[in-house]
Ligand binder design. Structure first.
Ligand SMILES: [Ca+2]
Ligand SMILES: [Ca+2]
Length: 356
């Protein structure tokens, strides 16, 4: 049985959201799938959904509520399929993606949690709980100090600044200054916990490309490594001098133009995760270094065919289930412990009292 979300929060598609307006650069509306249309397509696929399976475009434009599991499924669809980051899925993007194949598999797969690419309720629950842990004031947004607590403070402050700078804001989505929405957080967490995907590589590349010229220069690498080195020193680890690290990184990535790393270089080298963690996630960088020194580069208990995200989500879900079971045990224990003496009768002879 899936766990119950901590609270039934409802997200609403805002009909005035500019993201729902087709951009003229991409042609007329019928050539691409908008957020609203994807909502309508995905809604009937959700387990236990309570809305009409015949929801249509006009219904959504009037602000049909979107429940968190559905909202997240939509974000995952865009994260994986909308390779252009336009907020509009083109026919070509849909054709090249695994989404339609995943939809067809729903007809033969009785357990939706096995559909880990888009539809898993367990994956929704993990992301939702992670958001819930950070959103202390319950305003359904994440601010800088909230995100700084993610992963016990693993992400550097310079990278957090970049995430909030708008470098990875998808076009036309309205956003509050200094706030990440739930949708932004879904993109952040998917990118942070699986740096092997194309979208993740693009996400972090955009963050590190400070001047937006399409290449990571030595200056940009040093800017992020400066804080990373300080954080390693704070953990009692002597950091490599930047020039030594840069030499290692350039050997790893082998950019076509020496000293300038492009997005294409990073995708082609297949080691984007190692690259990014070396510059802004000190804990993952050190953990990988320790595993490599110990000769155990990968968790031997996990399914080698599973993605980094699938492994992360499975571990976190098991942890959340265990945590919830412990909380229930504590509740049961409390109920079975000494009763509160509401009436001050504990020291009196109560033999003649009727049980309440
Ligand atoms: Ca908040
Ligand atoms: Ca640059």
């Amino acid at each position: 049985m899936p766990l119950t979300p901590p609270i039934a929060v409802r997200f609403t598609v805002n009909p005035s959201d500019p993201a729902l307006t087709p951009p003229t650069a991409l042609g007329p509306a019928h050539t691409a799938l908008t957020l609203t249309v994807i909502t309508a397509l995905a809604l009937p696929l959700m387990p236990g959904h309570t809305h009409s399976p015949h929801i249509n475009y006009s219904d959504s434009r009037h602000g049909s509520p979107v429940t968190p599991p559905l909202f997240q499924v939509i974000q995952r669809i865009f994260y994986t399929v909308n390779r252009s980051w336009s907020g509009m899925i083109s026919r070509e993007e849909l054709r090249r993606s695994s989404f339609l194949q995943a939809v067809s598999q729903l007809e033969v797969e009785p357990d939706i949690n096995r559909m880990t690419s888009f539809f898993s309720y367990e994956h929704f629950y993990v992301i939702y709980c992670k958001f819930w842990e950070l959103d202390l004031d319950r305003d359904l947004t994440i601010d800088r100090s909230d995100l700084a607590r993610h992963g016990d403070g693993a992400i550097s402050s310079r990278m957090i600044d970049r995430i909030f700078s708008g470098a990875v804001t998808r076009a036309r989505l309205p956003r509050k200054v200094g706030k990440l929405s739930y949708a932004d957080f879904v993109w952040f967490l998917l990118s942070e916990e699986d740096k092997t995907t194309p979208t993740s590589t693009e996400y972090w590349f955009r963050c590190m490309d400070l001047d937006g010229d399409g290449a990571l220069s030595m200056f940009e690498l040093e800017f992020f490594y400066e804080e990373q080195a300080q954080r390693m020193a704070a953990r009692g680890v002597e950091p490599l001098p930047f020039h030594d690290l840069a030499r290692q990184v350039l050997d790893l990535v082998a950019p076509r133009c020496p000293g300038r790393i492009t997005l294409r270089d990073l995708k082609q080298c297949g080691l984007a995760g190692e690259f990014f963690d070396a510059f802004f996630n000190v804990d993952k960088y050190l953990a990988r270094e320790q595993r490599e020194q110990a000769g155990t580069p990968q968790d031997t208990d996990s399914d080698p065919a599973a993605s980094a995200w699938d492994r992360y989500a499975a571990e976190e879900y098991d942890f959340l289930v265990a945590e919830e079971a412990m909380a229930e045990d504590d509740d049961d224990h409390d109920e079975g412990s000494d009763p509160i003496d509401l009436y001050g009768l504990a020291d009196e002879d109560c033999d003649d009292l009727e049980p309440l």
